[in-house]
Design a protein around this ligand. Sequence first.
Ligand code: SF4
Ligand code: SF4
Length: 97
Amino acid sequence: MKHRYLNNVTTLCLSTEKCIGCGKCLEVCPHEIFALVEEKAMIKDKDRCMECGACAVNCPVNAISVDSGVGCAAAVIMGWLSGSERSCDCSGGEECC
Ligand code: SF4
Ligand code: SF4
């Protein structure tokens, strides 16, 4: 099942000008956010990004930026990793994360 998160809130940004088409971001992204088109990365569906930061860390030319480890995305990841309840400590109530 393909998970989606909140619409229009992800901080993911891609500079196609800097991209050299190495494909690393396609390899590391757990949600298959990227595609390569004419040797340039493109974002297929930004709203499926959970802001883990793997793409930005592995891009050799810093073409990707994302604020990882913040907000609901970080809460979901930490919940998965620790097996605990996810909480981002915001006031979103039960619908949060
Ligand atoms: S931050 Fe994580 S989920 Fe989002 S595009 Fe990068 S690798 Fe994929
Ligand atoms: S990792 Fe960076 S340089 Fe490589 S394809 Fe992705 S955006 Fe382009």
